[in-house]
Design a protein around this ligand. Structure first.
Ligand SMILES: Cc1ncc(COP(=O)(O)O)c(C=O)c1O
Ligand SMILES: [Zn+2]
Length: 408
């Protein structure tokens, strides 16, 4: 008799660089060669079909066979996933890309796509017996991971640059995280976390790509895009790239779907968008390089993508080269203008990182890299509400008893 279909088809972990195989049943960090580990699935054991998926609840756990949590009772959820894939007809017309779509991650717990990686990462960590997590963050990941840690009854230690969005500090504090600020960048926060974890037995360092399961949560953006298009792939996916977990995850997801036979045809061309003030991947791509060089003195209003040297840079670049994609840098001025354009034309107050993708589409259409016939999905990775200072309201203050033009 055939073995029953497992809740998760997880089989093992592979080193993304040297290929060494690792046991997925243990708490794992990076490979001994220093590289990230990638979860591998026994896709032949997946019995579900797209039709079965359609009948499941509208959250990311609907893809549970392709996620690493082995027991449904270990899922820690706040209802994350199945965010809208919105048509942007007015903006699309203005940009000359009528087939423009936006995967809108502002409608997810904690207000950014970071909830996906946190939900899956925390669930799997709890399943493996981890009782406390620690991470450096540009703000949003700290807010998300500490929220899911609270939900799981885990302790969390968060270190973020003092310049990170202020609301993310409040989010961490509200859920009871042990929170520290550093007068520096995410790399400085990472060194402090690594040192703390060495002195704190029981804590797992869940920094970007230093544990294998955050990427599994983020890959569900790719699964959802395919499902929401009726198990079809768009021509282009445009992603604001910092540590690169989302773009690496989307690439991984789409390859798994091809292997399952749930989609067919060419992969979308993947586009990594960075800020002109911190563009190590764009520079490496332009040079045809396999890895990036650290970006000196990074600075941008799109704070989530201020990552001067990503651990997974070689994986980001591989995804761009393999899909015939590209990498684009945009200025703060241009992305802030596009943040407003999206809000005015479509009613969506998106985050600066998401706005950077819109600017990239504008530039790529201008250069001819995109044609008017392309179906393009931009990722809005979070809510504009997290960055209230990016849009000055300019509203005049009225005295209580006074009047104003049109109000008297
Ligand atoms: C809103 C937002 N967008 C994009 C990113 C970049 O994410 P990734 O690590 O997937 O490149 C971040 C990371 O902090 C973020 O907060
Ligand atoms: Zn290795």
């Amino acid at each position: 008799m055939a073995a029953p279909a497992p809740y998760s088809a997880l089989s093992h972990l592979d080193c993304a660089r040297c290929g060494a195989r690792h046991d997925a049943g243990q708490v794992q960090g990076t490979c001994s060669c220093g590289s990230p580990l990638l979860a591998r699935y026994d896709l032949g054991r997946v019995r579900a079909s797209p039709r079965d998926i359609a009948g499941r609840p509208p959250d990311l756990w609907r893809y549970h066979e392709l996620l690493p949590v082995r027991e449904p009772g270990h899922v820690v959820s706040l209802g994350e996933g199945m965010t809208p894939l919105l048509a942007l007809p007015e903006l699309g017309r203005a940009l000359g890309v009528p087939g423009l779509l936006m995967k809108d991650e502002s409608l997810i717990p904690t207000g950014t796509f970071k909830a996906r990686g946190a939900a899956v990462g925390v669930s799997r960590a709890a399943e493996l017996g981890v009782s406390a997590i620690a991470l450096p963050t540009n703000g949003n990941a700290g807010a998300a991971w500490s929220a899911y840690a609270a939900r799981a009854g885990m302790r969390s230690l968060i270190v973020m640059p003092a310049a990170a969005p202020a609301i993310t500090r409040a989010e961490c504090a509200a859920v009871g995280a042990e929170l520290y600020l550093v007068d520096g960048l995410i790399g400085d926060a990472g060194r402090l976390v690594a040192a703390a974890v060495r002195r704190r037995p029981g804590y797992q360092d869940v920094s970007t790509l230093r544990e294998p399961y955050r990427i599994e949560g983020k890959k569900t953006m790719g699964l959802e895009i395919a499902e929401q298009l009726g198990w079809r792939l768009p021509g282009v996916i445009v992603y604001p790239t910092g540590g690169g977990v989302g773009i690496i995850g989307i690439y991984k997801a789409l390859r798994e779907l091809l292997e399952l036979g749930w989609v067919s045809g060419d992969l979308p061309r993947l586009v990594a968008v960075q800020s002109a003030g911190c563009a190590p991947i764009v520079r490496a791509f332009g040079a045809g390089a396999a890895v990036s060089e650290p970006w000196p003195d990074p600075k941008t209003v799109a704070f989530g993508i201020t990552v001067p040297k990503a651990l997974g840079d070689f994986l980001i670049l591989e995804a761009l080269y393999a899909t015939g994609g590209t990498a684009v840098a945009v200025t703060d001025e241009a992305l802030l203008a596009d943040q407003r354009a999206v809000a005015r034309l479509e009613g969506c107050f998106i985050c600066p990182e998401g706005a950077a993708c819109v600017t990239a589409v504008r530039q790529l259409r201008g250069s001819g890299w995109l044609s008017g016939a392309d179906e393009v999905v931009v990722l809005n990775t979070g809510s504009g509400l997290i960055y209230p200072d990016t849009v000055p309201d300019g509203a005049p203050m009225l005295p209580p008893s006074g009047s104003a033009p049109g109000l008297s």
